[in-house]
Design a protein around this ligand. Structure first.
Ligand SMILES: Cc1cc2nc3c(=O)[nH]c(=O)nc-3n(C[C@H](O)[C@H](O)[C@H](O)COP(=O)(O)OP(=O)(O)OC[C@H]3O[C@@H](n4cnc5c(N)ncnc54)[C@H](O)[C@@H]3O)c2cc1C
Length: 464
C-alpha cells in the first residue's frame, strides 16, 4: 500500500500548471483538501464577496477532480491542526502546496511544520506568480522597493516557465478522510441575496480559461482601451488569478502568443508580482502606512457620525460625484470595479473625504471578488501616497475631469440610473450644468474645498 500525499489547496484552485498537484500525483495516491480557515487569518478572514466566489470555485474544482476519479475533501478550522491530524491518521508523509505569501499563511506553514515533526514534510512549490516572490533582487541581492526597477529586472527573467499539463491520472487513496458538505459552509448570501449581479462571472478553472480566450482576441487593443471604463478593454482576470484558477504563466504565454505588442498588459500582470514582493518585505502593509510621517496624519475621526455618514455615502454610491458613485455601485452589484475607477474612488475617499485609507481598504476587502491582501494594500497605499512606491499625496485627482478625460459617460449612465437620461458632457457633473435630477444627491463636498482641506492637512504633518 503506497502512502498517500496530501494536496493542500488555498488560492490555487486549478488542476493545470499546478506544481503541487503534479508533484503529489507523480508520487502516488493523492488526498486533495481545501480548508475553510477563519482562525488563521484572524481579522483577515475572507470577505463576503470572496466567499461567494470561493463557493462556486470549489464546486468547479471538485467536479474537475471527480472527472479524474478523485474528489475534494472539505474541512473547516485551523489549517495546521487539521492537516497534521489527517496526515497522521492516514499515514501521509508529504503535504504538497503552492507557496503563499500572506503573513498568516506563512505563519500557518511554520505551525504546520512544527506539528508534522521530523517524519512528515510540507513541500512548497512555485507557480502563483510570474517569478517566485523574493527571487527578483538587485545586483546586491536586495529586494526591490520601487515598481519600475522591479519590472525591468523581472522582464529579464521572462518568459516564465511553460505551463505544466494537468496530470493524466490522480490516484485515489485506499481510504478517504471525512469531508464537510459545501452547502454546510453558508458561503452564499441569503437574506438578502445581494449577489444577483454576480452572474457576470463564471468562477472556476473552465471559466478562467474562457476569460483568457475572450481577452486574447482583443489583447492587442489593451493599451488603447484599458483606461476607458465604458468599454470592456481589460481582461477581467483578477478574481481568477487571485483564486489561482489560472496561472499567471499561462496568461503570459497565451497573451504573448498573439505575436504583437502586449508589453503594457505584461507590465500590469507584473504589478501583481510586485505587490507580493511588497508584502513579503512589509507583512503589515495592509494595516500600516509605510511612510512614518503618516502616523500623525489628521484623518477625520471615524467615530464621528458625520464622518460615518460620508463613508456610508461613499460605500453606497451617493457622493454626488457620478464617476465615484458609478464605481461604488458597480462594486456593490458585481464585486469588481474598473482599475481607473478604483483609483478615482479610492483617491476621493482618502483626499476629498480625508478618511483613513484603511477604512476603504477594509470595504474593498469585503466587497471585491478579487480582494487580495497584497494587491489591495499596495494599491490603496499607492493612491493614498503612504506607500513605499506611491503617488504623492499632494497630487489630488479631480474626479470630474478624470470622468471626461476617460470618456466615462456610458459607464455612468449604466451604473447610476438617475443620470441615465443625461448626455455628455452633463452626465459628468450635472450640478455644474444645472440639470441635477431630484433623485440624485448634490456633491458631498466641493472639489476645490476638499482639495484645499487635504493640502492643509498634509502641510501640517512632519516631513511634508
Ligand atoms: C484602490 C485599489 C484597490 C485594488 N485592489 C485590488 C485587489 O484587491 N485585488 C486585485 O487583484 N487588484 C486590485 N487592484 C488592482 C486593479 O484594479 C485590478 O487588478 C484590476 O482592475 C483587475 O481588472 P483586470 O483583471 O481586468 O485587469 P487587467 O488590466 O486586465 O490586468 C491583468 C491582471 O494584472 C493584475 N493587475 C493589473 N493591475 C494591477 C495593479 N494595479 N495591482 C496589482 N495587480 C494588477 C491583475 O491580476 C489583473 O487581473 C486595486 C486597485 C486599486 C486602485
Amino acid at each position: 500500500m503506497t502512502a498517500p500525499a496530501i494536496l493542500w489547496f488555498r488560492r490555487d484552485l486549478r488542476l493545470s500548471d499546478q506544481a503541487a498537484l503534479s508533484a503529489a500525483a507523480s508520487a502516488g495516491p493523492v488526498i486533495p483538501i481545501y480548508i475553510l480557515d477563519d482562525e488563521t487569518p484572524k481579522h483577515r478572514k475572507m470577505g463576503a464577496a470572496s466567499r461567494w466566489w470561493l463557493r462556486h470555485s470549489l464546486e468547479s474544482l471538485d467536479a474537475s477532480l471527480r472527472a479524474k476519479r478523485s474528489r475534494l475533501i472539505l474541512r473547516r478550522g485551523n489549517s495546521a491542526t487539521i492537516l497534521a491530524d489527517i496526515a497522521r491518521k492516514l499515514g501521509a508523509k508529504e503535504i504538497h502546496a503552492l507557496h503563499h505569501y500572506e503573513p498568516w499563511w506563512r505563519n500557518a506553514e511554520t505551525a504546520l511544520r512544527e506539528k508534522l515533526g521530523d517524519d512528515r514534510e510540507l513541500v512548497l512549490h512555485d507557480g502563483n506568480y510570474l517569478a517566485p516572490p523574493g527571487s527578483v533582487t538587485t545586483g546586491s541581492g536586495d529586494p526591490y522597493k520601487i515598481y519600475t526597477p522591479f519590472w525591468k529586472a523581472l522582464r529579464e527573467r521572462m518568459p516564465p516557465p511553460e505551463p505544466q499539463r494537468t496530470p493524466q491520472q490522480i490516484d485515489a487513496p485506499d481510504q478517504w478522510p471525512a469531508s464537510d458538505g459545501l452547502d454546510d459552509w453558508d458561503l452564499l448570501p441569503n437574506n438578502p441575496d445581494w449577489a444577483g449581479g454576480f452572474d457576470v462571472w463564471t468562477p472556476g478553472e473552465e471559466g478562467a480559461r474562457a476569460a483568457v480566450d475572450d481577452f486574447v482576441d482583443h489583447a492587442t487593443r489593451y493599451d488603447e482601451r484599458r483606461n476607458l471604463p465604458s468599454v470592456e478593454g481589460t481582461s477581467r482576470l483578477s478574481p481568477h488569478l487571485h483564486f489561482g484558477e489560472v496561472s499567471p504563466a499561462y496568461v503570459w504565454h497565451r497573451v504573448s502568443g498573439v505575436g504583437r505588442e502586449v508589453t503594457t498588459y505584461q507590465k500590469e500582470l507584473a504589478w501583481r508580482d510586485y505587490a507580493q514582493n511588497a508584502i513579503l518585505q512589509f507583512p503589515k502593509y495592509g494595516s500600516e502606512s509605510y511612510r512614518d510621517q503618516f502616523a500623525d496624519f489628521p484623518w477625520r475621526d471615524f467615530r464621528s457620525s458625520a464622518v460615518r455618514d460620508e463613508f456610508d455615502a461613499w460605500c453606497r454610491g451617493r457622493t454626488g460625484y457620478p464617476i465615484v458613485d458609478a464605481g461604488m455601485r458597480e462594486l456593490w452589484a458585481t464585486g469588481w470595479v474598473h482599475n481607473r475607477v478604483r483609483m478615482i474612488a479610492a483617491s476621493f475617499l482618502v483626499k476629498h473625504l480625508l478618511i483613513d485609507w484603511r477604512e476603504g481598504e477594509r470595504w474593498f476587502w469585503d466587497t471585491l471578488v478579487d480582494a487580495d491582501y497584497a494587491s489591495n494594500a499596495t494599491n490603496w497605499q499607492w493612491v493614498a501616497g503612504t506607500g513605499v512606491d506611491s503617488n504623492m499625496f499632494v497630487r489630488i485627482m479631480a474626479p470630474l475631469s478624470q470622468s471626461e478625460k476617460f470618456d466615462a459617460g456610458d459607464y455612468i449612465r449604466q451604473w447610476v440610473p438617475e443620470l441615465a437620461d443625461l448626455d455628455d458632457p452633463y452626465v459628468h457633473d450635472p450640478g455644474q450644468h444645472g440639470c441635477l435630477p431630484a433623485t440624485y444627491p448634490a456633491k458631498i463636498i466641493g472639489h476645490r474645498e476638499a482639495r484645499q482641506r487635504a493640502l492643509d492637512a498634509y502641510a501640517g504633518i512632519k516631513g511634508s
